[in-house]
Design a protein around this ligand. Structure first.
Ligand code: DQA
Length: 163
């Protein structure tokens, strides 16, 4: 009988699926009913399900987290580093334009991320034109509705396979 192959530490590493985190900022729990002309009709659950299915098909672990509280989002970013999250997709929502603290958390953990907005923030009020995140982001997708999250995920999956 053939002896079973011993598992090396590199085998174990290869068996651990890469982790991705999707962060949704304030009021995004209301998607589906919130200003559909800007944000569309997909609910947050619809978006998270589509992302989870695509990630699962690619063998990647993906968790989504939404909060209306700045501190909770910051703490989730800190936890992501402990968990070895490889990439983050973040829609900071209104915190895009206000939160130095959430920006600092992204910078401190150094996890590469893509910034996503459902609406085209540049076609809206001038206070939405500035983002505290864009200069740190790998890239920004704005105005493509819920498709934007899936496009961000596709890009990250392509990065993971070539990493
Ligand atoms: C948003 C745009 C922000 O200006 C706004 O505050 C949001 C959502 C978007 O996805 O289009 O809450 O990030």
């Amino acid at each position: 009988m053939k002896k079973p192959k011993a598992t090396s530490s590199s085998d174990k590493k290869a068996a651990t699926p890469p982790k991705l985190l999707v962060l949704h900022g304030p009021n995004l729990n209301l998607l589906g009913t919130r200003e559909p002309d800007y944000y569309g009709l997909a609910t947050l659950a619809d978006i998270n399900l589509a992302l989870a299915r695509r990630a699962a098909a690619a063998g990647v672990e993906l968790e989504s987290f939404q909060s209306n509280h700045e501190g909770a989002l910051i703490e989730r970013v800190h936890a992501a580093r402990e968990q070895g999250v490889r990439y983050i997709i973040i829609n900071p929502a209104a915190y895009t334009h206000t939160s130095v603290a959430l920006r600092d958390a992204m910078a401190a953990t150094g996890i590469p991320f893509i910034e996503v907005h459902l609406s085209n923030v540049h076609a809206r009020e001038s206070f939405r034109h500035h983002s505290y995140f864009s200069d740190l982001a790998l890239g920004v997708i704005t105005g493509l509705g819920s498709e934007g999250y899936l496009l961000a995920l596709e890009y990250l999956l392509s990065q993971i396979t070539t990493d």
